[in-house]
Design a protein around this ligand. Sequence first.
Ligand SMILES: Cc1cc2nc3c(=O)[nH]c(=O)nc-3n(C[C@H](O)[C@H](O)[C@H](O)COP(=O)(O)O)c2cc1C
Length: 308
Amino acid sequence: MQKSLKTKFLGHTINSPLVLPAGVIGMAFSGFNISIENGAGIVTSKSLTMKPRTGHRGPIIAEFEGGFLNCMGLCNPGIVDGLVEIDQFKKRSNIPVIASVFATSTKDFLKLTKHVNNSKADFLELNLSCPNVFDEFGIPLSASHDEVYKITKAVKQISTLPVITKLSPNVYDIVSIAKAAESAGSDALCMINTVGPGMLIDTKMIKPVLFNKFGGLSGPCVKPIALKLIYQTYSAVNIPILGMGGVTYGEDAIGMLMAGAEVIGVGTAVHYRGIEVFNKINSEIMEFMAENGYASLQEIPKLEKLKM
Ligand SMILES: Cc1cc2nc3c(=O)[nH]c(=O)nc-3n(C[C@H](O)[C@H](O)[C@H](O)COP(=O)(O)O)c2cc1C
């Protein structure tokens, strides 16, 4: 049986459904090359802001038994330099790139969109959901369906690229927020961003492990939350979902597909299984397909949708 991981996402044909999510392997765009050499089908930039940001003071990331806690604080080179790196990468590769952007107002999201329109990026991702800049900017915009609607609608009016809205898991009613993005014209949803924030304590030093005290959770501990939110959202909207949150093995990726994701982000797992994690998960998905008689990703069944 001819098995293939080829699939489509927003009109682009990709060789693997695996996506490098925003931010997890730092700011350097050399991370793009190394991810695609190791089997990723799409890569995402660090979330870019209007001006460069140094982020929070360290320690900014800590490992614990369930995953990672981070409070990077959106360190990035700024939209202008960030897009130069995307453009340089696109000169050498036809792998689709998602330009992730972060702002706190519609006005700044529109400015960022104009920059991205003039770049070689393939998709625009609106990070409305970063939990670890709470001290600076307050509750993430994606906690409010009105803000999600307003910003997505405004961006859609001027964006020349498909728009992906990245949602937060830290809400009670994900469906109303996802529907707000969909009705504002979002082409796809990305979920989930990190969970929390949470905190770890260094009991010898009697202080929080992270300098900034609180940080967002990622890795295996967030997978059940991601699966539940993706499944609820898949049951309620008709736009594709880029699903992520704790995917570490092929089995996790298959679960995401069954919950309703079309493509799958693999972030924190890079720290557990090395950058080869994309090829490893690709092989594990292929093995699952062979064992179960599926010739393509499209043949892997989705769960029956929830009745709303
Ligand atoms: C160190 C680190 C930095 C991150 N930076 C960003 C970012 O800049 N923008 C964003 O939208 N998400 C960011 N995220 C969230 C990831 O893109 C992803 O949504 C989340 O980690 C869940 O996936 P995972 O469990 O596979 O890592 C970051 C996560 C980590 C661990």
